[in-house]
Design a protein around this ligand. Sequence first.
Ligand code: THU
Length: 130
Amino acid sequence: MNFDRKALLHAAMEVRKFSYAPFSNFHVGAALLSANGRIFTGCNIENSAYSPTLCAERCAVAKAVSEGVRDFIAIAIVGPEESTTTPCGVCRQVLYEFCDENLIVLCGGTEDHYTETTLGALLPNGFRLS
Ligand code: THU
């Protein structure tokens, strides 16, 4: 799939600065590319009660779906470390609600250091109500 991977990673890095993570200090940004070329960004938003914490990926999905967009090509995720950050299990399942196995997942790092995989590789046999 042809799209500007660096631009998507850059968008994830930019939104990471809004991350609210006073408890873990683990700041994450995500950028979701829709089929019609829009980019929806999200950051993690933690909470004193811990469990209401929202991951960056689900923040981006919520922004897109709440604007009527449900068709996606790729997501970039950038954590606080040079080493790559991969989506948690809950976010994999939330992505699977709207995307098929072919969704491209870029895990950064930085714009120059990332790994590329697919949702199908990260979540084999994802659950769907049929
Ligand atoms: N987090 C994300 O936002 N996305 C991930 O893919 C992994 C984890 C957040 C949740 C929490 O605020 C912090 O990182 C530590 O788990």
